[in-house]
Design a protein around this ligand. Structure first.
Ligand SMILES: Nc1ncnc2c1ncn2[C@@H]1O[C@H](COP(=O)(O)OP(=O)(O)OP(=O)(O)O)[C@@H](O)[C@H]1O
Length: 267
């Protein structure tokens, strides 16, 4: 299937997802009444939203609010109990395998091979995605530059600092040029300078039209997202650009909106 996605106009001040002439205006992620039950637990309840391509989309919420379950369904790893969804134009129920092959995923634990070098990790993940040796060598060279990994190609990953590991993990998730990157708390335990550099990289990728779905508990990072979904007890509490969520709640920071949500809904 050859689908093209709308891309935000770089430097135009457009909202992410502003249609580029000639491109089909398809959202990168679209879910309707998505729900998942585990026995009596309603982990995700009737969640609906659309995310335009080229957006940095932050999924926020307290522990147990349903973020991971939502992500698993979007990645084709878990079948919803009810509702529907499309990711990169692929159906999350009937085309789950195609979704898994089309997206890049980076977990909080990075999932790197610590005994292998940076280059060996990249080659390993590239070969999983079926890149041939010539394409892989070329792609690795691009990524060393793109992810600012130059000079460390031959270093064992186990000897790198957290910020470097994080960028190697992002490079591995991006090796097959996915149009969607799913990043699960990618900056947990990483120092502020590395976090800022990482977010600069994410903004660069989004400007190229890559959609980024990210979970974070850091509100300064959440404020750098183009779109936020605030989840609580499986429900979508709020959805929109951070500035609009703050204005709608009449609160000065996203952290206030987050705390207000937890406070108003009680236990
Ligand atoms: N496989 C499962 N079996 C039973 N209950 C589950 C399962 N997975 C998640 N849950 C429950 O579903 C609810 C939502 O969990 P989920 O992991 O999606 O939340 P979360 O927002 O990602 O939390 P965290 O920030 O702690 O990762 C929780 O009550 C959790 O205990």
């Amino acid at each position: 299937m050859n689908l093209r996605y709308q891309v935000a106009g770089p430097g135009t001040g457009d909202q992410p997802g502003t249609a580029t002439p000639g491109h089909q205006a398809l959202p990168a992620i679209e879910v309707t009444n998505l729900s998942k039950n585990f026995g009596p637990i309603q982990a995700v309840r009737q969640v609906s939203f659309q995310v335009p391509a080229g957006s940095i989309f932050g999924l926020l919420g307290p522990n147990g609010s349903g973020k991971s379950t939502t992500i698993r369904m979007l990645c084709g790893l878990m079948r919803p109990s009810s509702g529907s969804g499309q990711v990169l134009g692929l159906d999350i129920i009937t085309q789950a395998e195609a979704i898994k092959a089309s997206i890049g995923y980076m977990s909080q634990k990075f999932n790197l091979y610590e005994d292998l070098t940076v280059a060996e990790n990249l080659h390993f993940f590239g070969s999983i995605y079926g890149l041939c040796s010539t394409a892989l060598t070329r792609r690795c060279r691009e990524l060393y530059e793109h992810m600012r990994l130059g000079g460390r190609e031959k270093q064992r990953v186990g000897t790198l600092s957290g910020g470097w590991k994080q960028r190697v993990a992002l490079a591995c998730a991006f090796i097959h040029r996915p149009r969607l990157l799913v990043l699960d708390e990618p900056t947990a335990g990483v120092d502020p300078v590395s976090r800022r550099l990482f977010w600069d990289l994410l903004e660069g990728l989004a400007a190229e039209g890559i959609t980024i779905l990210v979970t974070t508990h850091y509100m300064d990072e959440a404020e750098r997202c183009h779109l936020i979904a605030l989840m609580d007890r499986g429900r979508l509490h709020a959805f929109g650009p951070p500035a609009r969520l703050m204005a709608a709640a009449g609160l000065p920071t996203l952290e206030d909106v987050f705390i207000n949500m937890a406070g108003t809904e009680g236990d």
